[in-house]
Design a protein around this ligand. Structure first.
Ligand SMILES: Nc1ncnc2c1ncn2[C@@H]1O[C@H](COP(=O)(O)OP(=O)(O)OP(=O)(O)O)[C@@H](O)[C@H]1O
Ligand SMILES: [Mg+2]
Length: 283
């Protein structure tokens, strides 16, 4: 069998569009607002911010799904102190159901990726279409679906980022992070027509540094792309070692991170309720 035939056979084994969703199970009519968290540059805090946002929203009695889009270097479960699972590949192959692959923490559900699956590594050609199908089939079971993107400027990831209702671009104040955030916004605009992005600056050392960062990025985006940027605030750099930071992320209620994320939560919940009342406004 040729590679093309094998790929076709593999693809035809997916039945996403035909999967029945158990609507009876979900009594309220949820709007399923989708938000992708991206950055371009790695290590800026996307996973930390995605999970903090998700846990704060879940704390408001909202039903949240987090999809770990770093689908073969998954980190969400590790950060939450949960055991690693490798069943995302089985989900893609319809060997396991979406429900069987979910990790549930009350209202917060996490769909993890794999960690170094060779099968997935060898057969990831059409994975973005399948992930979009998963989002499409299940988003109405949730109030928010948060997509934690990997670093980089891959076509697969940006295709999914362009599909979601909103984007939260996370960056740090260094030049490479600013440049990579700008590059992601530029490709999203020129290739996919995405006009509006929300921006959050993480690991900030001072108010001046935050303001300078906002000025540089907003002026560059406006001048060269004419896109809309909504700055949602800055999060202070915390001098806390890696693993300890994950605990701090969920337990601390006084830090700059907690305050800023509180505002981000209010922003998106307000947006959700106004759009539920008035209909979704154009982006
Ligand atoms: N405000 C902050 N202050 C200090 N350290 C932070 C802050 N935010 C995140 N970190 C640390 O930065 C590191 C990277 O965070 P995280 O894994 O969330 O980034 P990421 O953008 O998801 O990375 P990747 O691109 O690899 O997916 C972690 O060690 C985390 O603890
Ligand atoms: Mg990450």
């Amino acid at each position: 069998m040729s590679l093309e035939q094998r790929t076709q056979k593999w693809l035809s084994s997916f039945h996403w569009s035909h999967q029945e969703i158990d609507k009876e199970k979900y009594s309220s009519l949820r709007s399923g607002r989708t938000l992708s968290v991206l950055s371009g540059k790695g290590g800026v805090g996307k996973t930390s911010i995605s999970l903090k946002l998700a846990s704060e929203l879940a704390g408001q009695n909202l039903k949240i799904l987090v999809i770990d889009l770093d689908y073969n270097l998954a980190n969400c479960l590790i950060k939450l102190g949960l055991p690693i699972r490798n069943d995302f590949w089985d989900l893609l192959n319809s060997k396991k159901s979406f429900d069987d692959c979910l990790n549930r923490l009350g209202n917060l559900h996490i769909l993890s990726g794999c960690s170094g699956s060779l099968d997935l590594f060898e057969n990831e050609d059409d994975v973005e279409r399948i992930i979009i199908d998963i989002i499409h089939c299940h988003k109405d079971e949730y109030d928010f679906v948060i997509i934690d993107s990997p670093a980089g400027l891959s076509k697969k990831v940006l295709t999914i980022n362009s599909y979601t209702d909103d984007r939260l671009v996370v960056l740090t104040p260094d030049k490479s992070s600013l440049t990579d955030a700008y590059s992601s916004i530029k490709v999203l605009y020129t290739k996919y027509g995405v006009h509006t992005n929300h921006i959050l600056v993480n690991k900030v050392h001072s108010v001046d540094q935050y303001k300078k960062c906002v000025k540089t990025l907003s002026e560059t985006i406006e001048t060269f792309l004419g896109c809309r940027s909504i700055f949602l605030g800055g999060i202070k750099w915390e001098n806390i070692a890696g693993n300890e930071f994950d605990k701090f992320l969920f337990e601390d209620k006084k830090s700059s991170l907690h305050r800023t994320m509180g505002k981000v939560v209010n922003y998106f919940t307000d947006k959700l309720s106004s759009e539920t009342t008035h209909g979704i406004s154009p982006q």
